[in-house]
Design a protein around this ligand. Structure first.
Ligand code: UD1
Ligand code: MG
Length: 429
């Protein structure tokens, strides 16, 4: 028989909290704007003809609402443990032995990492921290989470894809390297949302779409009262998908641990979607508020934005010059955006030239040779925004953020396809 699964009503409580978080953000962002401007937390919209100061670092409001919501929710997340006695012989009320200390540790360490990320983002907004100083901070912020992972005897094995099994076997234990990988992932995530920035709505919409995708995935694993199962054979021989969940043959559907894991993910993702949606209302073109680095670091702690980061590497690591702003160039006469450029002050090295030639060949950038020397003299900046403008031609800021959101959503669809479709080809069950 299956173990009793956690009750879904707690999920509805989380939904209620999220609605409250959404309304608070909608209300607080415009009413605190002037306070932020007075504290000198403001910026000019680079891609507009007007220069009204726009309140910056408003992500601090989102982060505060988010963290307060998660904190108030703690007693509800553990309400099962608070109300159910172990067995009939045990004392009524709170039972110490059954309390899920592990889950509490995970919950609290996640909050700690979110708080650290918020602090780092806010300090960056106020002091403009240098790259080499801000890189290691998220690694430190990830230590509490890693420790809990270790204490839980977290898995450090990776499953090897079928074609490589004759080399490595079915499982490879990465051991300490797995922890290194996870701590680097945190630096990667926090910085990657921040560098996909500069047009109204870009930062917060990425976070929103990824969080919604995570939610959709979690919902598939919950024991819904409607027990309809729709076998989808296209998804690979052993997989079924439906209101009841996605499961593999042999996997106890609705197993307590699996359901709990996805419920936890939902408790964190629902209020995140709420604050992002509330903020996006004010950040949508033409923006009345900027997220600042605070929002980027806080949301980045939750997930990754891969393509833009890989594309940016040559500029982030100094092979190609990186101007202070890599936002597209604004043409006030037509109200259109064009790709912006980085200019080489010194001739590029062989490696740089090679990388840029490959990028140009792949259609990611356009580099212009110097008329006299023939060496690369300037290149379009290495961000996804400039890439979209190179490929699709000049467009307005509003259109560009819409295209960006479609790309992000397509990325999520692809991820679902790989997880539930292709995985059957390279992995077995
Ligand atoms: C990152 C990018 C930089 C980009 C900047 C824009 C890298 C390495 N850095 O720097 O290329 O130009 O973000 O945010 O990729 N702004 C707008 N419209 C918006 C949002 C921001 O014009 O919708 C401008 C405002 O002037 C605002 C400033 O960008 O004051 C904020 O810049 P900040 O977040 O401090 O830049 P970085 O994160 O350091
Ligand atoms: Mg920023």
């Amino acid at each position: 028989l299956l173990e009793p699964v956690p009750q879904l009503p707690v999920l509805y409580t989380s939904l209620g909290f999220s609605v409250f978080a959404f309304l608070s953000t909608i209300y607080l962002v415009p009413s605190l704007g002037p306070t932020f401007i007075n504290a000198n937390l403001k910026g000019n919209d680079l891609l507009k003809t007007y220069s009204t100061p726009i309140p910056e670092s408003m992500g601090l409001v989102c982060a505060s609402v988010y963290i307060v919501t998660l904190t108030l929710f703690i007693p509800f997340a553990f309400s099962d443990a608070l109300t159910t006695p172990v067995d009939s012989s045990a004392a009524e009320g709170i039972t110490v032995s059954e309390f899920p200390h592990r889950q509490l540790a995970v919950y609290l360490s996640s909050l700690l990492s979110l708080l650290t990320a918020t602090l780092l983002g806010f300090l960056d907004d106020v002091f403009d921290i240098r790259w080499r100083h801000k890189l290691p901070i998220p690694i430190i912020a990830s230590i509490p989470l890693l420790m809990v992972y270790f204490a839980e005897r977290g898995n450090t094995n990776v499953v090897v894809p079928l074609p490589l099994r004759y080399l490595f076997g079915t499982l490879v234990n990465l051991g300490p390297l797995y922890y290194l990988y996870m701590s680097l992932l945190s630096t990667f995530c926090t910085n990657s949302i921040n560098i996909l920035a500069g047009i109204n709505g870009s930062e917060v919409s990425q976070a929103l779409i990824i969080a919604v995708s995570v939610i959709l995935n979690d919902l598939l694993y919950l024991p819904w009262p409607i027990g309809v199962r729709v076998p989808v054979h296209l998804l690979g021989n052993n997989t079924e998908i439906g209101f009841g969940g996605v499961w593999k043959a042999g996997m106890a559907f609705g197993s307590k641990e699996l359901v709990e894991r996805h419920l936890f993910s939902l408790y964190f993702m629902l209020p995140l979607v709420a604050v992002c949606a509330g903020f996006m209302y004010h950040n949508w073109y033409p923006a009345r508020a900027f997220p600042g680095d605070t929002l980027c670091y806080m949301t980045g702690m939750a997930f990754a934005v891969i393509f833009n980061f890989i594309l940016s590497c040559p500029q982030l690591f100094g092979l190609v010059p990186c101007p202070r702003h890599r936002v597209p160039r604004f043409d006030p006469a037509t109200n259109l955006l064009h790709p912006s450029k980085a200019v080489f002050e010194r001739p590029p090295s062989r490696l740089t030239t090679f990388i840029l030639q490959v990028f140009s060949m792949l259609g990611l950038t356009v580099s212009t040779p110097h008329p006299k020397t023939g060496l690369i003299h300037e290149t379009t900046n290495l961000t996804i925004l400039n890439f979209l403008l190179v490929r699709l031609g000049p467009m307005s800021e509003k259109r560009l953020v819409q295209v960006l959101m479609c790309v992000q959503a397509a990325g999520s669809v692809l991820a679902f396809f790989i997880r539930y479709g292709l995985a059957g080809l390279v992995y077995d069950g």
